[in-house]
Design a protein around this ligand. Sequence first.
Ligand SMILES: C[S@@+](CC[C@H](N)C(=O)[O-])C[C@H]1O[C@@H](n2cnc3c(N)ncnc32)[C@H](O)[C@@H]1O
Length: 386
Amino acid sequence: MIDIEVPPHYVGREQAFVKHHFLRNYLERLVHKIASAYDEVVYVDGYSGPWKSGGEAYTDTSFGIALQSMTDARQSWLDMPQHRRNVRMTAHLVEKQTQPFAELETIGTLFPQVTVHPHRGDFLNVAPTIAARIPSRAFTFSLIDPKGFKLDLEELRPLLARPQSEVVFNFMFDFANRFTTLESLGDTYDRLLPGIDWRPRIASADAAGPTERKAAFLACFKEAVKSVGGYKYVADVDIRYPGTNRTFYFLVYGTREPPGIAVFRDCQIKALEAQSMISGQRSLQKRETAGQGSLFDSSWETAPVSHRQFLDEQRAAARISLMDIASAEAGIQWGKVWPRLLADHAIRKKDAGSMAAALRKSGEIAFSGWEPNKRVPSDGYELRSA
Ligand SMILES: C[S@@+](CC[C@H](N)C(=O)[O-])C[C@H]1O[C@@H](n2cnc3c(N)ncnc32)[C@H](O)[C@@H]1O
């Protein structure tokens, strides 16, 4: 079990801590990796804030976390004894409101290793201009974290569809889920989910129950992101209201690269551990404040399910997918299989490898070319059903 301390300025908005914990872990690994292959890394923060920030030097904001990761990655490549690289780091931060924008304008001095461009305006209008300013050989990571769900994905196409790019959306599920039947908001959902037949899909899932509805709505958003951005893999992290099982929002991630999805899943699992730990702390606090009698109170019905149970279920589902792929697509290379398993299920790359090895051992799948002493498959091995 990990032990993470939630800084006091996140109290009451622990879901932001989980988001930032994820982002920090992900960017620390991503930016360093990307900088080994690209001469410029560009970070775009569409709805940047600062928003409810209480940390020093913006350590509790998305852009503060990103700019620090870029600073560290740049320095570490500059310090590399034999493979020194001078990687250009650029950030475009967009904010609509006057006061937070005024703060953004001073950020550059805190992070002198990064060229920071603050933009004042509506992100949907500014995004195409930013996309046009990014050099074609740069790698772009965009964070799109609005307070609501009034997003027009088509407006974001020039940014999302850039070949060397990745995105993380904050899909404000709990808000978005409340108004799908409101006729007056129909256009808003059409813009959020362009080209997706969301009305019948959500309506029929609704009849099956709230879990099915949630899955259907999330699937519609992920498909929209995948098609507008042309991403190969789209995955999500479920961020809950602190101390409950109720989804607040999903972080939805799009990438074209297998290593991206591998890093994403590692970071998701760390974020789930943080979320589970916060839930545990919250439950304990509630119990201490309310006394023993409240254990029988109905509020305990929302006690969090352990992330371990969720991860066990994900592994079980991935195992079935793997066997299905083995029988339907015999001869497919492992290097094409594991990224798909990771895109569809919250498992790590090493989980996929050991799962494949165990299924091979038990005779449920087979690989051609398996070398002696190999513990997990290599990317070139061909998968078959046994
Ligand atoms: C949820 S907060 C962002 C939090 C930030 N990503 C973080 O994690 O630290 C959303 C921010 O977007 C700003 N905003 C709202 N509408 C906007 C728009 N249309 N374009 C750009 N910024 C907007 C708000 O003023 C607010 O500061």
